[in-house]
Design a binder for this molecule. Structure first.
Ligand code: NAP
Ligand code: 8YV
Length: 314
C-alpha cells in the first residue's frame, strides 16, 4: 500500500504544479464531486492535508478529522480561517516571495496602462475613431509621477524598486514605518492619497483592511488621480469607486481583484473610459505559478519527512 499522504483539493491550482503534487501525494478533488457531503464522508478521514486557494472554512477542516496541514496556493490567505486552524492544531502554509516580481510587474502594467490610457487608446484605434475624430486625448506622465504604495511589504518593495526606475517620487503608508528605506512615510492614508498621483494597494485582505480605500480616500486622490488595486477586492469600497469614476471625482482606476470573484460588480463593468479591469492575474505566469506550486510541494514533503515547514503562517 502507498504511504503517500492524501490531500483533499478544495480548489485546484495551476495544472502542471498539481501534477507535480501527484508525485508525492494522492489527491482527492472535492470541487469535482456532485455530492460533496458523500465525497467528504468517503475521503475526508484519510486526508491529512487540504489544498486550496485563499479559502478554507472551519466546517471543511471539521470534515477532515486527521487534518495536519492546509496548503494555500497564494501569499494571501484572508479566506482561510487561521484561528480555526490554530485551534485545531492545523498548520497553514502559503506561497510568499516567489511571486513578488510577477505581481509587481502587473501592478506597474496596470499603473502604466491606467495613466497612459493604453487600453482605451487601443479601442479608439480599432473603432476607427482616430480617422473620424483625430488624435487621442492627451494624458498625464507616468515617469516622474508621485506614487503612494499602500503596503510596503514584500511585493510593495518590488513595486517601489520599479517606480524608482521610472524616476518617481515614492511614498508609502502602512501601520509601521520601515527603518530600512528612505521613501517618505505617511502615517495617515488620507494624507498620502491627497499627496500622490497614483495609489497602488498591495496589502492583505480581511476585516482589518475592509474598505480601507473609501470615499474619503478616493476623493483625496482626486480628479487627476489613479487607483491601482492588486491587493484584494475587499480593500476598496467599489460602490464609492464606481460613483467617483462616473462623475470625475477620481481620474481613473485599474483593478485586478474584486470582492466576490469571479463576479465583477455590474456598475464597474459599465465604466470604460477611465477603468481597466483584469481577472485576478497578477501572479499568473507559467514560471511563477510553477514556483508557487513548488513551495507547497516542498512544504508537504517537509511535513512527510518530519522537517520544519518552510512557509508557515500560524
Ligand atoms: P506582506 O509582505 O505581508 O506585506 C503586506 C504589507 O501590508 C505589510 O508591509 C503591512 O505593513 C501592510 N499592512 C497590513 N495590514 C495593513 C493595514 N491594516 N493597513 C495598512 N497596511 C497594512 O505581503 P505581500 O507578500 O507583499 O502580499 C500582500 C498582499 O497582496 C497579499 O496578502 C494578497 O492579498 C495580495 N496579492 C495579490 C495578488 C494578485 O494576484 N493580485 C498576488 C499576490 C498577493 P504593516 O503590518 O506595518 O501595516
Ligand atoms: C493567487 C494571490 O494566489 O498570492 C495571492 O495572494 O492573490 C494570487 O497569487 C492566484 O491568483 C491564485 O488564486
Amino acid at each position: 500500500m502507498s504511504d503517500k499522504p492524501h490531500v483533499l483539493i478544495f480548489a485546484p491550482w495551476y495544472q502542471p504544479a498539481m501534477r507535480r503534487l501527484d508525485e508525492i501525494s494522492v489527491t482527492h478533488h472535492l470541487y469535482l464531486a456532485s455530492d460533496k457531503q458523500a465525497f467528504l464522508e468517503e475521503h475526508g478521514s484519510k486526508c491529512t492535508s487540504i489544498g486550496t486557494m485563499h479559502h478554507c472554512p472551519a466546517s471543511l477542516m471539521d470534515a477532515v478529522p486527521n487534518l495536519k496541514l492546509i496548503l494555500n496556493f497564494g501569499v494571501g490567505y484572508d479566506g482561510v480561517d487561521i484561528t480555526a486552524a490554530t485551534e485545531r492544531g492545523v498548520k497553514v502554509v502559503n506561497t510568499p516571495d516567489v511571486l513578488n516580481d510577477c505581481v509587481a510587474d502587473m501592478a506597474m502594467a496596470l499603473a502604466l496602462a491606467g495613466r497612459r490610457k493604453v487600453v482605451q487608446a487601443d479601442r479608439y484605434t480599432r473603432r476607427g475613431e482616430w480617422r473620424k475624430r483625430g488624435d487621442f486625448e492627451y494624458v498625464n506622465n507616468f515617469h516622474h509621477s508621485k506614487i503612494g504604495i499602500l503596503g510596503l511589504g514584500r511585493i510593495g518593495l518590488e513595486i517601489a524598486n520599479r517606480c524608482a526606475a521610472f524616476k518617481m517620487d515614492i511614498c508609502y503608508h502602512q501601520r509601521t514605518k520601515r527603518s530600512d528605506v528612505e521613501y517618505r512615510y505617511f502615517s495617515k492614508l488620507a494624507d498620502m492619497a491627497a499627496a500622490v498621483d497614483i495609489l497602488i494597494a498591495i496589502i492583505p485582505g480581511g476585516d482589518s483592511t475592509k474598505n480601507i480605500i473609501d470615499k474619503e480616500i478616493i476623493e483625496a486622490l482626486g480628479p487627476q488621480g489613479l487607483l491601482v488595486n492588486v491587493a484584494r477586492g475587499t480593500v476598496v469600497d467599489n460602490a464609492a469607486l464606481a460613483s467617483a469614476l462616473k462623475d470625475g471625482r477620481l481620474g481613473a482606476a485599474a483593478l485586478d481583484v474584486f470582492p466576490n470573484e469571479p463576479e465583477v460588480p455590474e456598475d464597474l463593468l459599465n465604466i470604460e473610459d477611465n477603468l481597466i479591469l483584469t481577472p485576478h492575474m497578477a501572479s499568473a505566469t507559467h514560471y511563477t505559478r510553477m514556483a508557487m506550486g513548488m513551495v507547497l510541494y516542498n512544504n508537504l514533503q517537509a511535513l512527510q519527512d518530519g522537517q520544519p515547514l518552510l512557509t508557515p503562517v500560524n
